[in-house]
Ligand binder design. Structure first.
Ligand SMILES: NC(=O)c1ccc[n+]([C@@H]2O[C@H](COP(=O)([O-])OP(=O)(O)OC[C@H]3O[C@@H](n4cnc5c(N)ncnc54)[C@H](O)[C@@H]3O)[C@@H](O)[C@H]2O)c1
Length: 252
């Protein structure tokens, strides 16, 4: 599996899942444009890639803030040049049930998890259209496919899955594909121990997903052989969402 080296912008690049994504994509020869709200963790991610022999740049931006994303576009274009692929991985999980949620906390989750990818796609897709090739990959979640106890997270990720499908018309004939990946439980600090403990009983493969597995899926989407995977919602969840749980004898 080979692909032409590209400039790949990864948001949330300082996070747990991006450890696996950055390493896999840099290892395939791509230049990683690391973006995170936290400048220090963005630079640490880029430094890790460079120390392993890869190519990386770091930038700080708030994906939820249109002006911040506008400045990011200016800075990245001036320093790195046009980006050919976008991995929207920045996200927040606010563990609040309805009773503890406020309109403000609900809106913040939508702003980061849904408006954030929208802002990045708006800003960075014109250069992809101009270049005649592009990949947009949105990291949603199985929480956006099924219901989930924390409504702000579930609603934002469901929105992201459907935003993905709804962009097919915009990118018709442009050489750009747009897909979402819905991971199950990935081995990152975002996942609490209680959920890790449930994997053996509730996931058919009985395994927690490694960040590198998500990286491998993205690396494939970046190849020309993946040019017809478009508008898909790619589940990487060990089968967790495909088993009707009423008949799941292993749940308890
Ligand atoms: N960990 C899992 O099991 C899991 C499962 C399914 C989906 N996801 C999704 O995968 C993505 C990565 O998850 P993770 O586990 O690495 O989470 P993480 O919390 O480790 O990383 C998220 C990163 O996003 C950054 N970020 C947060 N708000 C931002 C903003 N406004 N602008 C820019 N950056 C911002 C954070 O600083 C952090 O570095 C998220 O979108 C998450 O919802 C995670």
């Amino acid at each position: 599996m080979s692909s032409t080296p590209r400039n790949i912008l990864v948001t949330g690049a300082g996070g747990g899942m991006c450890r696996g994504i950055n390493a896999r994509l840099a290892g395939a020869g791509h230049t990683i444009v690391c973006v995170d709200l936290d400048a220090q963790s963005s630079e640490t991610a880029a430094k890790t890639i460079r120390e392993a022999g890869g190519k990386a740049f770091s930038f700080a931006a708030d994906v939820a803030d249109e002006a911040s994303v506008g400045n990011l576009l200016t800075d990245v274009t001036a320093t790195v040049g046009p980006v050919q692929a976008l991995v929207n991985a920045a996200g927040i999980l606010d563990r609040k049930y309805l009773a503890d949620s406020t309109a403000e906390s609900f809106r913040r989750a939508l702003d980061v998890n849904l408006v954030g990818p929208f802002n990045l796609i708006k800003a960075f897709s014109p250069a992809m259209i101009e270049g005649g090739w592009g990949r947009i990959i949105n990291i949603a979640s199985i929480a956006g496919v099924t219901g989930y106890p924390y409504p702000s997270y579930a609603a934002s990720k469901a929105g992201l899955v459907n935003l993905t499908r709804s962009l097919l018309e915009d990118f018709w004939g442009t050489g750009i594909t747009v897909n979402s990946i819905c991971p199950g439980v990935v081995d990152t600090p975002m996942v609490i121990q209680e959920v890790r403990d449930q994997v053996r009983r509730r996931v058919p493969t009985q395994t927690i997903i490694e960040p590198a597995e998500i990286g491998a899926m993205i690396a494939f989407l970046l190849t020309d052989e993946a040019r017809n995977i478009n508008g898909a919602d790619l589940l990487v969840d060990g089968g967790a969402t495909r088993l009707f749980s009423l008949f799941n004898n292993h749940a308890d």
